[in-house]
Design a protein around this ligand. Sequence first.
Ligand code: UT7
Length: 332
Amino acid sequence: MTKLRAAITGINAYLPDFILTNEELSRMVETSDEWITTRTGIKERRILKGEGLGTSDLGAPAVKGLLEKTNTDPLDVDMLICATVTPDMQFPATANIISDKSGLKNAWSYDLNAACSSYIYALTTASQFIETGKYKKIIVVGADKMSSIVDYEDRATCVIFGDAGTATLLEPTTEDFGVMDSILRSDGSGRIHLHQKAGGSVKPASHQSVDAREHFIYQEGQAVFKFAVTNMADISVEIMKNNGLKSEDIAYLVPHQANLRIIEATARRMGIKKEQVMINIYRYGNTTSATIPLCLWEWEDKMKKGDNIILSAFGGGFTWGSIYLKWAYDPK
Ligand code: UT7
């Protein structure tokens, strides 16, 4: 029997209008454009403003645009996975809400949370469903309203994150394109360095938890940095080795955009030149589940059919992983 692979056949993104610049942040907390730029590479990030708006309001416009762009009937979509760490609410799943808002009446849907690795976990999961032959059209949403869990009094975290929504369409192909391989890992002992203290079943929301500002991101930056550099580089090198890929075989590295220094260290270890690395952290910061698809969307006009692409991420959990992708279409 011919092997089915899951090919990305379309990608779209939605960015909220409001731009929060380093200058603006330096009026809110004790920081500077110089510190943020040299330590992280970030210049500005987008923020979803407006009462009653959540992650589904980032994901649904991305999905609607994707359907239009790829000429896809919403009723033909079999499944939607929403990669997010900032769901609209504890339940129902944000994927259910996005499907409703986008008219996906025949799709089943659920959320997947692997923090900053959520997109590559979801892409791998979706590709397995495609490979069974049962599902023909799956949308992976990578969306996060990080501003909803960022403490704008904590200068160590508020400068890093931004909001964005993305949607990726996966379809089966018998050609040798699409998701070729993936390596995913997790180590929950890393949770002490990066987590949200309250709002879950261990510590439900209370007056005390709100007063103690425990519904925001808690991050020990330096500790996370060390793990991120080592693990993202190691796993990227591992997937290259497993697939017999040399640095010159790779058209693009698409790293999670957490810190420019982590990206550069990963590229160095892989022997990849800066021109081959997709970097847009300057404009969007760390949008968690949306960073990698935001890059793919911005570079869509440059990628060619057959390009070898490595996706790599590291995030809370800890979670990390890498995907080897063969791009499936030429610029339109
Ligand atoms: O995406 C999920 C995974 N997350 C990551 O990969 C993030 C990994 N970590 C990082 O990217 C970096 O650790 C940060 C960007 C978070 C921080 O950069 P750093 O170079 O590790 O800085 P640091 O935490 O070691 O802080 C250095 C100094 C400290 O001051 P002292 O103690 O030396 O006086 C901080 O208080 O910089 C201070 N600082 C700031 N100063 C100005 C921390 N944040 C700021 C700020 N502006 N925004």
